[in-house]
Design a protein around this ligand. Sequence first.
Ligand SMILES: [Cu+2]
Length: 365
Amino acid sequence: MLIKGVYIMREKKMFVWENSLSKGCSKILFLFIFFSLILSNSVGNKEAYGSDDFFHEHQHEDEIPSGVMEAHTHSQGEWMTTYRYMYMDMPEHYSGTKKQTVDQVHNSFMISPVNMTMEMHMLGLMYGVNDEFTAMLMVPYLIKDMEHRRRSDSKQFSTQSQGIGDVKLSGLYSLKKYMSQPIHLNVGVSFPTGSINRKYDTLAGADQPLPYPMQLGSGTVDFYPGITYLDHKNKWSWGSQAISTIRFGKNDQKYRLGNEYKMTSWIGYKWQDWINTSFRIKGNIWGNISGEDSRLNPTMVPTADSNRRGGERVDLFFGINLIGQKGILSEHRVDLEIGYPVYQNLDGPQLGVGIQGTLGWQKAW
Ligand SMILES: [Cu+2]
């Protein structure tokens, strides 16, 4: 009976995992293969551009991995539209660097998360105000899904939230006037357009306030200072970017999400004018929550505990970019990046990241 129960639970977990994995990743892969077929048909030669300079101007931005934002500037009057679909699966708990099973989480909490998936559709618009300063607007739409299991009867239930996240406005300031290295400064600000009041029916009752990771925004105005280095030689390209998220004050529910520090470096190789692959490493450190949302009960489920949200993680990514070469496809870029963590140290129990991916499209005009 017990063995059968465990077996069913494991089956169910596998199903949830496979289900969420296939939901995001097969969607990404399908779209990517579709675009590759279109773009590989458009392989042309450099002469299609008319001049080598034009090609040179644009090639560096085509080589940046899909998951890296705000890494290139534009020349005066140039626009760019971007779309990103991001997917993240969080299938396992960590406490420190150690994995924890749902049963172990149940030793301290009545409810344990089992799995979480996050999807994001992000629209971006870039504009070269002048040759030094590029402005960027990013509008995210988030879809979050969390599966839980109750200790007393092993009953599973899921919660969902979706909607607009925090809209971000950034400025990228090129330092080429002052130094020979291709470096630009990033300054960004996000506005609390994402809800922090999402509710959902749970086993505890109808319309329960969702815990911190299921909300859509920070609830505060946040600042994003950063610096980006981007270079290339022959068929190789490389870059580094450090961007922090700095938050002040408290939101309407009397808490503030932790600050975040991200650092990433990558190297890319251009096999042909239309195809570039990249390898990237990313380190990420984020703090716990200050204050707390008084509607949540931190002893019931770890996601409601403001002191179990911080952590650090290192991810490795493999990316591929396809760049349209002529006709109506010229300057369209379709890109894909898949990542997996190699190190996670979380204030837990907290769900850690499994596979993650970004599928993007961008076009300058
Ligand atoms: Cu751009």
